[in-house]
Design a protein around this ligand. Structure first.
Ligand SMILES: [Zn+2]
Length: 448
Protein backbone atom coordinates (compact mmCIF):
# COMPACT_ATOMS: atom_id res chain seq x y z
CA UNK A 1 0.00 0.00 0.00
CA UNK A 2 2.78 2.38 0.98
CA UNK A 3 4.55 1.63 -2.24
CA UNK A 4 1.37 2.25 -4.19
CA UNK A 5 0.85 5.62 -2.54
CA UNK A 6 4.39 6.60 -3.40
CA UNK A 7 3.72 5.82 -7.04
CA UNK A 8 0.50 7.82 -6.92
CA UNK A 9 2.21 10.90 -5.58
CA UNK A 10 4.97 10.40 -8.09
CA UNK A 11 2.55 10.67 -10.99
CA UNK A 12 -0.46 12.77 -9.96
CA UNK A 13 0.14 15.92 -7.96
CA UNK A 14 -2.10 17.90 -5.63
CA UNK A 15 -2.87 20.46 -8.31
CA UNK A 16 -4.18 17.79 -10.69
CA UNK A 17 -6.40 16.40 -7.92
CA UNK A 18 -7.76 19.87 -7.18
CA UNK A 19 -8.19 20.78 -10.82
CA UNK A 20 -10.23 17.71 -11.72
CA UNK A 21 -12.80 18.75 -9.10
CA UNK A 22 -12.78 22.44 -10.04
CA UNK A 23 -13.03 21.71 -13.76
CA UNK A 24 -15.90 19.26 -13.28
CA UNK A 25 -17.78 21.83 -11.22
CA UNK A 26 -17.06 24.73 -13.57
CA UNK A 27 -18.00 22.74 -16.68
CA UNK A 28 -21.30 21.75 -15.05
CA UNK A 29 -21.99 25.46 -14.46
CA UNK A 30 -21.70 26.10 -18.19
CA UNK A 31 -25.17 24.99 -19.25
CA UNK A 32 -24.75 22.91 -22.41
CA UNK A 33 -28.19 21.30 -22.40
CA UNK A 34 -28.86 19.55 -25.68
CA UNK A 35 -32.60 19.51 -26.36
CA UNK A 36 -32.13 18.04 -29.84
CA UNK A 37 -33.08 19.68 -33.12
CA UNK A 38 -30.04 21.94 -32.92
CA UNK A 39 -31.07 23.53 -29.61
CA UNK A 40 -27.73 23.61 -27.79
CA UNK A 41 -24.73 25.91 -27.33
CA UNK A 42 -21.48 24.11 -26.52
CA UNK A 43 -19.28 27.04 -27.55
CA UNK A 44 -18.67 28.49 -24.04
CA UNK A 45 -17.63 25.04 -22.76
CA UNK A 46 -15.43 24.56 -25.83
CA UNK A 47 -13.71 27.89 -25.16
CA UNK A 48 -13.24 26.92 -21.53
CA UNK A 49 -11.62 23.60 -22.44
CA UNK A 50 -9.49 25.18 -25.17
CA UNK A 51 -8.19 27.80 -22.71
CA UNK A 52 -7.19 25.07 -20.23
CA UNK A 53 -5.34 23.21 -22.99
CA UNK A 54 -3.62 26.38 -24.24
CA UNK A 55 -2.36 27.07 -20.70
CA UNK A 56 -0.68 23.65 -20.92
CA UNK A 57 1.20 24.75 -24.04
CA UNK A 58 -1.05 22.90 -26.49
CA UNK A 59 -2.47 24.40 -29.64
CA UNK A 60 -6.21 23.63 -29.57
CA UNK A 61 -8.51 24.37 -32.49
CA UNK A 62 -12.19 25.18 -32.06
CA UNK A 63 -14.28 23.86 -34.94
CA UNK A 64 -17.95 24.47 -35.67
CA UNK A 65 -20.28 23.24 -38.37
CA UNK A 66 -23.00 25.45 -36.94
CA UNK A 67 -22.24 28.68 -35.05
CA UNK A 68 -22.30 28.04 -31.31
CA UNK A 69 -21.78 24.28 -31.59
CA UNK A 70 -18.12 24.26 -30.56
CA UNK A 71 -15.79 21.26 -30.81
CA UNK A 72 -12.16 21.32 -29.63
CA UNK A 73 -9.28 19.26 -31.02
CA UNK A 74 -5.64 19.29 -29.92
CA UNK A 75 -2.70 16.96 -30.45
CA UNK A 76 0.07 16.07 -28.02
CA UNK A 77 3.10 14.89 -29.92
CA UNK A 78 4.48 11.61 -28.67
CA UNK A 79 8.13 10.65 -28.38
CA UNK A 80 7.82 7.79 -30.88
CA UNK A 81 6.82 9.15 -34.29
CA UNK A 82 6.31 5.62 -35.63
CA UNK A 83 3.72 4.76 -32.98
CA UNK A 84 0.00 4.83 -33.79
CA UNK A 85 -1.90 7.74 -32.28
CA UNK A 86 -4.56 7.42 -29.57
CA UNK A 87 -7.76 9.47 -29.53
CA UNK A 88 -9.07 10.58 -26.13
CA UNK A 89 -12.50 12.15 -26.48
CA UNK A 90 -15.34 13.47 -24.37
CA UNK A 91 -18.57 15.24 -25.26
CA UNK A 92 -19.39 18.70 -23.91
CA UNK A 93 -23.19 18.60 -24.16
CA UNK A 94 -25.57 17.17 -21.57
CA UNK A 95 -29.17 15.98 -21.56
CA UNK A 96 -31.86 18.29 -20.11
CA UNK A 97 -32.48 18.47 -16.36
CA UNK A 98 -35.68 19.64 -14.66
CA UNK A 99 -34.48 21.77 -11.72
CA UNK A 100 -37.68 21.21 -9.69
CA UNK A 101 -36.91 17.47 -9.45
CA UNK A 102 -33.40 17.96 -8.08
CA UNK A 103 -32.00 18.31 -4.52
CA UNK A 104 -29.55 20.97 -5.78
CA UNK A 105 -29.74 23.10 -8.89
CA UNK A 106 -28.58 20.88 -11.78
CA UNK A 107 -26.28 23.59 -13.15
CA UNK A 108 -24.83 24.73 -9.81
CA UNK A 109 -21.79 22.44 -9.88
CA UNK A 110 -22.01 22.57 -6.11
CA UNK A 111 -19.40 20.65 -4.14
CA UNK A 112 -21.05 19.49 -0.95
CA UNK A 113 -19.77 16.90 1.56
CA UNK A 114 -17.19 15.60 -0.88
CA UNK A 115 -19.59 15.24 -3.80
CA UNK A 116 -19.84 17.32 -6.99
CA UNK A 117 -23.48 17.77 -8.02
CA UNK A 118 -24.99 18.58 -11.37
CA UNK A 119 -25.92 17.54 -14.88
CA UNK A 120 -22.85 16.07 -16.52
CA UNK A 121 -21.20 14.93 -13.27
CA UNK A 122 -20.92 11.39 -14.70
CA UNK A 123 -22.01 11.97 -18.33
CA UNK A 124 -19.43 13.23 -19.00
CA UNK A 125 -17.94 16.48 -17.79
CA UNK A 126 -16.14 14.38 -15.20
CA UNK A 127 -14.08 12.72 -17.93
CA UNK A 128 -13.56 16.03 -19.74
CA UNK A 129 -12.12 17.41 -16.50
CA UNK A 130 -9.96 14.33 -15.97
CA UNK A 131 -8.47 14.70 -19.46
CA UNK A 132 -7.71 18.40 -18.86
CA UNK A 133 -6.20 17.83 -15.41
CA UNK A 134 -4.01 14.99 -16.70
CA UNK A 135 -2.48 16.79 -19.66
CA UNK A 136 -1.95 19.98 -17.66
CA UNK A 137 0.01 18.02 -15.10
CA UNK A 138 2.10 16.51 -17.89
CA UNK A 139 2.96 20.02 -19.05
CA UNK A 140 4.04 20.99 -15.50
CA UNK A 141 6.48 18.10 -15.23
CA UNK A 142 7.49 18.03 -18.90
CA UNK A 143 6.12 14.53 -19.59
CA UNK A 144 5.54 13.42 -23.15
CA UNK A 145 3.67 10.21 -23.95
CA UNK A 146 5.04 7.59 -26.32
CA UNK A 147 2.16 7.78 -28.80
CA UNK A 148 0.64 10.95 -30.19
CA UNK A 149 -2.49 11.66 -28.19
CA UNK A 150 -5.31 13.50 -29.95
CA UNK A 151 -7.75 15.15 -27.57
CA UNK A 152 -11.25 15.92 -28.81
CA UNK A 153 -14.09 17.58 -26.93
CA UNK A 154 -17.26 17.24 -28.97
CA UNK A 155 -20.64 18.85 -29.39
CA UNK A 156 -23.94 17.12 -30.04
CA UNK A 157 -23.28 13.63 -28.70
CA UNK A 158 -26.64 13.62 -26.94
CA UNK A 159 -28.51 14.19 -30.22
CA UNK A 160 -27.43 13.33 -33.76
CA UNK A 161 -23.66 14.03 -33.46
CA UNK A 162 -24.00 15.90 -36.77
CA UNK A 163 -22.53 19.04 -35.20
CA UNK A 164 -20.00 17.03 -33.23
CA UNK A 165 -18.10 13.81 -33.88
CA UNK A 166 -19.94 13.22 -37.17
CA UNK A 167 -18.82 16.62 -38.45
CA UNK A 168 -15.25 16.08 -37.21
CA UNK A 169 -15.01 12.62 -38.79
CA UNK A 170 -16.44 13.79 -42.13
CA UNK A 171 -14.80 17.17 -42.48
CA UNK A 172 -11.66 17.16 -40.35
CA UNK A 173 -10.29 13.65 -40.71
CA UNK A 174 -6.77 15.12 -41.05
CA UNK A 175 -6.81 16.12 -37.37
CA UNK A 176 -7.12 12.42 -36.45
CA UNK A 177 -4.32 11.24 -38.73
CA UNK A 178 -2.67 8.11 -37.37
CA UNK A 179 -5.31 7.41 -34.72
CA UNK A 180 -6.12 3.71 -34.53
CA UNK A 181 -7.74 3.49 -31.12
CA UNK A 182 -9.86 5.76 -28.96
CA UNK A 183 -11.16 5.93 -25.41
CA UNK A 184 -14.19 7.74 -24.02
CA UNK A 185 -17.35 7.02 -22.03
CA UNK A 186 -18.48 4.80 -20.44
CA UNK A 187 -16.45 2.16 -18.71
CA UNK A 188 -14.06 1.39 -15.85
CA UNK A 189 -16.60 2.50 -13.24
CA UNK A 190 -17.27 0.50 -10.09
CA UNK A 191 -20.09 -1.99 -10.50
CA UNK A 192 -21.14 -3.35 -7.10
CA UNK A 193 -22.20 -6.91 -7.68
CA UNK A 194 -24.64 -7.27 -4.80
CA UNK A 195 -22.46 -9.79 -2.96
CA UNK A 196 -19.70 -7.52 -1.72
CA UNK A 197 -17.53 -7.66 -4.79
CA UNK A 198 -16.65 -5.00 -7.33
CA UNK A 199 -16.37 -5.23 -11.08
CA UNK A 200 -14.86 -2.61 -13.39
CA UNK A 201 -16.47 -3.10 -16.82
CA UNK A 202 -14.49 -1.67 -19.73
CA UNK A 203 -16.55 -1.24 -22.89
CA UNK A 204 -15.29 -3.10 -25.95
CA UNK A 205 -18.24 -2.76 -28.27
CA UNK A 206 -21.60 -1.12 -28.76
CA UNK A 207 -24.88 -2.35 -30.12
CA UNK A 208 -25.95 -0.69 -33.34
CA UNK A 209 -28.91 1.65 -33.55
CA UNK A 210 -31.80 0.70 -35.79
CA UNK A 211 -34.57 3.25 -35.28
CA UNK A 212 -37.36 2.29 -37.61
CA UNK A 213 -40.35 3.96 -39.17
CA UNK A 214 -43.22 1.63 -40.03
CA UNK A 215 -45.85 2.62 -42.54
CA UNK A 216 -49.05 0.60 -43.01
CA UNK A 217 -51.23 1.38 -46.01
CA UNK A 218 -54.79 0.29 -46.58
CA UNK A 219 -58.10 1.37 -48.00
CA UNK A 220 -59.48 4.58 -46.54
CA UNK A 221 -63.20 4.67 -45.93
CA UNK A 222 -66.21 5.06 -43.69
CA UNK A 223 -65.82 3.74 -40.14
CA UNK A 224 -69.17 1.97 -40.30
CA UNK A 225 -68.23 -0.25 -43.27
CA UNK A 226 -66.49 -3.64 -43.25
CA UNK A 227 -62.86 -3.00 -44.18
CA UNK A 228 -60.34 -5.85 -44.51
CA UNK A 229 -57.62 -3.42 -45.58
CA UNK A 230 -57.59 -1.24 -42.48
CA UNK A 231 -54.22 0.49 -42.10
CA UNK A 232 -54.64 0.90 -38.32
CA UNK A 233 -55.29 -2.83 -37.78
CA UNK A 234 -52.39 -3.75 -40.04
CA UNK A 235 -50.04 -1.43 -38.21
CA UNK A 236 -51.24 -2.56 -34.78
CA UNK A 237 -50.66 -6.23 -35.65
CA UNK A 238 -47.14 -5.53 -36.90
CA UNK A 239 -46.28 -3.39 -33.87
CA UNK A 240 -47.54 -6.09 -31.50
CA UNK A 241 -45.51 -8.78 -33.30
CA UNK A 242 -42.36 -6.64 -33.12
CA UNK A 243 -42.86 -5.75 -29.47
CA UNK A 244 -43.55 -9.36 -28.49
CA UNK A 245 -40.73 -10.86 -30.53
CA UNK A 246 -38.27 -12.93 -28.52
CA UNK A 247 -34.93 -12.24 -30.13
CA UNK A 248 -32.61 -15.25 -30.09
CA UNK A 249 -29.45 -15.35 -28.05
CA UNK A 250 -26.43 -14.08 -30.01
CA UNK A 251 -23.11 -14.10 -28.18
CA UNK A 252 -20.59 -11.70 -29.71
CA UNK A 253 -16.88 -12.13 -28.91
CA UNK A 254 -16.99 -9.29 -26.33
CA UNK A 255 -20.03 -10.69 -24.53
CA UNK A 256 -18.58 -14.20 -24.62
CA UNK A 257 -15.35 -12.88 -23.08
CA UNK A 258 -17.36 -10.99 -20.45
CA UNK A 259 -19.29 -14.13 -19.50
CA UNK A 260 -16.12 -16.21 -19.33
CA UNK A 261 -14.37 -13.70 -17.13
CA UNK A 262 -17.33 -13.24 -14.81
CA UNK A 263 -17.75 -17.00 -14.45
CA UNK A 264 -14.10 -17.15 -13.35
CA UNK A 265 -14.51 -14.28 -10.88
CA UNK A 266 -17.46 -15.99 -9.23
CA UNK A 267 -16.10 -19.53 -9.45
CA UNK A 268 -18.94 -20.75 -11.65
CA UNK A 269 -18.21 -23.71 -13.89
CA UNK A 270 -19.00 -22.64 -17.46
CA UNK A 271 -17.45 -23.36 -20.85
CA UNK A 272 -18.66 -20.42 -22.93
CA UNK A 273 -17.22 -21.93 -26.12
CA UNK A 274 -18.94 -25.29 -25.75
CA UNK A 275 -21.71 -26.14 -28.23
CA UNK A 276 -24.16 -26.83 -25.40
CA UNK A 277 -23.21 -23.71 -23.37
CA UNK A 278 -26.32 -22.49 -21.54
CA UNK A 279 -25.95 -18.71 -21.35
CA UNK A 280 -29.28 -18.21 -19.60
CA UNK A 281 -28.23 -20.58 -16.81
CA UNK A 282 -24.98 -18.68 -16.36
CA UNK A 283 -26.80 -15.35 -16.29
CA UNK A 284 -29.09 -16.68 -13.55
CA UNK A 285 -26.11 -17.94 -11.57
CA UNK A 286 -24.36 -14.55 -11.86
CA UNK A 287 -27.17 -12.83 -9.95
CA UNK A 288 -27.11 -9.01 -10.03
CA UNK A 289 -23.82 -9.02 -11.95
CA UNK A 290 -25.75 -10.40 -14.92
CA UNK A 291 -27.18 -6.89 -15.39
CA UNK A 292 -23.89 -5.96 -17.06
CA UNK A 293 -24.37 -8.42 -19.92
CA UNK A 294 -28.10 -9.19 -20.04
CA UNK A 295 -28.95 -6.18 -22.27
CA UNK A 296 -26.40 -7.26 -24.86
CA UNK A 297 -26.99 -10.99 -25.39
CA UNK A 298 -29.71 -10.37 -27.96
CA UNK A 299 -31.09 -7.71 -30.27
CA UNK A 300 -34.10 -5.69 -29.15
CA UNK A 301 -37.05 -3.89 -30.74
CA UNK A 302 -39.32 -1.68 -28.67
CA UNK A 303 -42.31 0.12 -30.19
CA UNK A 304 -42.20 3.72 -28.93
CA UNK A 305 -44.47 5.90 -31.10
CA UNK A 306 -47.79 5.42 -32.90
CA UNK A 307 -49.66 7.74 -35.21
CA UNK A 308 -52.87 7.17 -37.16
CA UNK A 309 -56.25 8.65 -37.92
CA UNK A 310 -57.95 11.98 -37.37
CA UNK A 311 -61.64 11.18 -36.74
CA UNK A 312 -63.39 8.29 -35.04
CA UNK A 313 -65.67 7.38 -37.96
CA UNK A 314 -63.02 7.68 -40.68
CA UNK A 315 -60.67 4.80 -41.50
CA UNK A 316 -57.35 6.41 -42.55
CA UNK A 317 -55.46 5.16 -45.57
CA UNK A 318 -52.15 5.19 -43.73
CA UNK A 319 -50.79 4.62 -40.23
CA UNK A 320 -47.23 4.96 -38.92
CA UNK A 321 -45.19 3.80 -35.93
CA UNK A 322 -41.63 4.09 -34.70
CA UNK A 323 -39.52 1.36 -33.19
CA UNK A 324 -36.35 1.70 -31.13
CA UNK A 325 -34.32 -1.21 -32.43
CA UNK A 326 -30.79 -2.18 -31.36
CA UNK A 327 -28.65 -4.84 -32.94
CA UNK A 328 -25.46 -6.58 -31.91
CA UNK A 329 -22.26 -6.49 -33.96
CA UNK A 330 -22.53 -8.94 -36.84
CA UNK A 331 -26.32 -9.31 -36.70
CA UNK A 332 -27.62 -6.48 -38.87
CA UNK A 333 -28.63 -8.75 -41.77
CA UNK A 334 -30.53 -10.98 -39.40
CA UNK A 335 -32.10 -7.92 -37.77
CA UNK A 336 -33.35 -6.67 -41.14
CA UNK A 337 -34.64 -10.07 -42.27
CA UNK A 338 -36.49 -10.51 -38.98
CA UNK A 339 -38.12 -7.09 -39.34
CA UNK A 340 -39.19 -7.97 -42.90
CA UNK A 341 -40.88 -11.09 -41.57
CA UNK A 342 -42.46 -9.39 -38.54
CA UNK A 343 -43.88 -6.46 -40.48
CA UNK A 344 -45.33 -8.70 -43.20
CA UNK A 345 -46.58 -7.75 -46.68
CA UNK A 346 -48.92 -4.92 -45.68
CA UNK A 347 -46.48 -2.83 -43.66
CA UNK A 348 -43.28 -1.24 -44.97
CA UNK A 349 -40.37 -0.31 -42.76
CA UNK A 350 -37.34 1.90 -43.27
CA UNK A 351 -34.52 3.18 -41.14
CA UNK A 352 -35.46 6.46 -39.49
CA UNK A 353 -31.91 6.52 -38.10
CA UNK A 354 -29.18 3.93 -38.34
CA UNK A 355 -25.82 3.67 -36.56
CA UNK A 356 -23.25 0.91 -36.83
CA UNK A 357 -22.57 -1.65 -34.15
CA UNK A 358 -19.00 -1.71 -32.83
CA UNK A 359 -16.73 -4.49 -31.73
CA UNK A 360 -13.27 -3.96 -30.17
CA UNK A 361 -10.74 -6.68 -29.33
CA UNK A 362 -10.41 -7.56 -25.64
CA UNK A 363 -7.04 -9.27 -26.14
CA UNK A 364 -5.29 -6.12 -27.39
CA UNK A 365 -2.28 -4.54 -25.64
CA UNK A 366 -4.43 -1.44 -25.07
CA UNK A 367 -7.11 -3.42 -23.25
CA UNK A 368 -4.38 -5.03 -21.11
CA UNK A 369 -2.99 -1.59 -20.23
CA UNK A 370 -6.42 -0.26 -19.28
CA UNK A 371 -6.94 -3.33 -17.12
CA UNK A 372 -3.55 -2.88 -15.44
CA UNK A 373 -4.19 0.80 -14.70
CA UNK A 374 -7.54 0.07 -13.04
CA UNK A 375 -6.29 -2.90 -11.06
CA UNK A 376 -3.30 -0.93 -9.80
CA UNK A 377 -5.56 1.60 -8.08
CA UNK A 378 -8.46 -0.76 -7.35
CA UNK A 379 -6.73 -4.04 -6.50
CA UNK A 380 -9.92 -5.34 -4.89
CA UNK A 381 -11.82 -4.99 -8.17
CA UNK A 382 -12.04 -7.20 -11.24
CA UNK A 383 -11.89 -5.73 -14.72
CA UNK A 384 -14.29 -7.35 -17.18
CA UNK A 385 -15.05 -6.42 -20.78
CA UNK A 386 -18.60 -5.52 -21.69
CA UNK A 387 -20.65 -4.35 -24.63
CA UNK A 388 -22.68 -1.14 -24.35
CA UNK A 389 -26.36 -1.53 -25.09
CA UNK A 390 -26.53 1.99 -26.58
CA UNK A 391 -24.12 4.14 -28.56
CA UNK A 392 -21.52 6.90 -28.21
CA UNK A 393 -19.34 9.16 -30.36
CA UNK A 394 -17.13 6.11 -30.94
CA UNK A 395 -19.58 5.15 -33.70
CA UNK A 396 -18.72 8.28 -35.70
CA UNK A 397 -14.99 8.00 -35.10
CA UNK A 398 -15.11 4.36 -36.24
CA UNK A 399 -15.53 5.78 -39.76
CA UNK A 400 -11.89 6.87 -39.49
CA UNK A 401 -10.82 3.33 -38.63
CA UNK A 402 -10.61 4.11 -34.92
CA UNK A 403 -11.39 1.21 -32.57
CA UNK A 404 -13.31 2.57 -29.60
CA UNK A 405 -13.15 1.57 -25.95
CA UNK A 406 -15.29 2.86 -23.08
CA UNK A 407 -12.82 3.95 -20.42
CA UNK A 408 -13.70 6.84 -18.11
CA UNK A 409 -12.49 5.48 -14.77
CA UNK A 410 -14.50 6.19 -11.62
CA UNK A 411 -14.35 4.50 -8.24
CA UNK A 412 -17.82 4.68 -6.77
CA UNK A 413 -18.95 3.70 -3.29
CA UNK A 414 -21.81 1.27 -2.76
CA UNK A 415 -25.13 3.03 -3.26
CA UNK A 416 -23.86 5.15 -6.16
CA UNK A 417 -25.71 3.54 -9.01
CA UNK A 418 -23.75 4.77 -12.02
CA UNK A 419 -26.28 3.50 -14.55
CA UNK A 420 -29.14 5.27 -12.73
CA UNK A 421 -27.20 8.56 -12.44
CA UNK A 422 -26.65 8.58 -16.22
CA UNK A 423 -29.27 11.05 -17.49
CA UNK A 424 -30.88 10.74 -14.03
CA UNK A 425 -32.09 13.13 -11.35
CA UNK A 426 -29.45 14.25 -8.81
CA UNK A 427 -26.55 13.26 -11.06
CA UNK A 428 -23.42 13.60 -8.95
CA UNK A 429 -19.92 12.27 -8.49
CA UNK A 430 -17.77 11.90 -5.35
CA UNK A 431 -14.53 13.89 -5.23
CA UNK A 432 -12.75 10.62 -4.39
CA UNK A 433 -14.12 9.08 -7.57
CA UNK A 434 -12.66 11.94 -9.62
CA UNK A 435 -9.30 11.55 -7.87
CA UNK A 436 -9.28 7.85 -8.69
CA UNK A 437 -10.27 8.67 -12.25
CA UNK A 438 -7.44 11.11 -12.88
CA UNK A 439 -4.90 8.71 -11.34
CA UNK A 440 -6.04 5.79 -13.47
CA UNK A 441 -6.37 7.85 -16.63
CA UNK A 442 -2.89 9.33 -16.09
CA UNK A 443 -1.41 5.87 -15.52
CA UNK A 444 -3.10 4.37 -18.56
CA UNK A 445 -2.16 7.24 -20.87
CA UNK A 446 1.45 7.20 -19.66
CA UNK A 447 1.71 3.51 -20.51
CA UNK A 448 -0.48 3.56 -23.63
ZN1 LIG B 1 -22.38 10.55 -22.58
Amino acid sequence: MAEQQLMETATVDRQALDEVVTFTSELIRIDTTNRGGGDCQERPAAEYAAAKLAEAGLNPTILERTPGRGNVVARIEGTDPTAEALLVHGHLDVVPAEAADWSVHPFSGEVRDGVVWGRGAVDMKNMDAMILATVRQWARVGFRPRRDIVIAFTADEEASAEDGSGFLADRHADLFEGCTEGISESGAFTFHDGRGGQLYPIAAGERGTGWLKLTARGRAGHGSKVNRANAVSRLASAVARIGDHEWPLRLTPTVRAALAEMATVYGIEADVDAADFDADALLTALGPAADLVAPTVRNSSNPTMLSAGYKINVIPGEATAHIDGRYLPGTEDEFKATLDALTGPDVDWEYHHREVALQAPVDSPTFARMRAAVEEFAPEGHVVPYCMSGGTDAKQFSRLGITGYGFAPLKLPEGFDYQALFHGVDERVPVEALHFGVRVLDRFLRTA
